[in-house]
Design a protein. Sequence first.
Length: 201
Amino acid sequence: MISTIEELEEIYGTPQSASVEKVMDHVTLLYQKLIEASPFVALASVGPEGMDCTPRGDKPGFVRVVDEKTLMMPDRRGNNRIDTLRNIVRDPRVALLFVIPGSNTTFRINAKAHITADKDVLASFEENGKPPRSVIVFNVEEAYFQCGRAVIRAQLWKDDSRALGQDLPTAGEMIAETVGGGEGGKDYDASWEARAKKTLW
């Protein structure tokens, strides 16, 4: 087991200068283009119970660049566990990973976050006549793009990669397994798509 930074650095050496110099303490104009093109973000947070990483998705640009130091993200409908929101209230440290379909480049933000329920802010994120119940505000501390090696290795955008999900267990099957069969199953799966369309926002 490697237990010191010195051991790690002996294995990996020194990063190239560009890998360090690309890190900004704000969102540049080019970085803003990446954020505005992304319909999917992984949001990581930390709290007393541990860590959480949650998927966030909406139309491209759903994460709003307010200024070079400030981003906003609507909290759209989900499962109401509010794990991420609970964490942010108690520990503002968060990390975001933006993914852009068709692009091998991903984009990372480290920030301090807080939650607002200001009515005017909520109204500005209204979709299909429905405002979010809250909006997450991010104060950017680090912003940088990630090279495409991971996405290239994963072949995310290859047509044949989409077939990987065809034989996976369904949500209904997993619910039935984890709750002992009282819920889920084929009826859950059969009605899921119609329910989802009515509750996206």
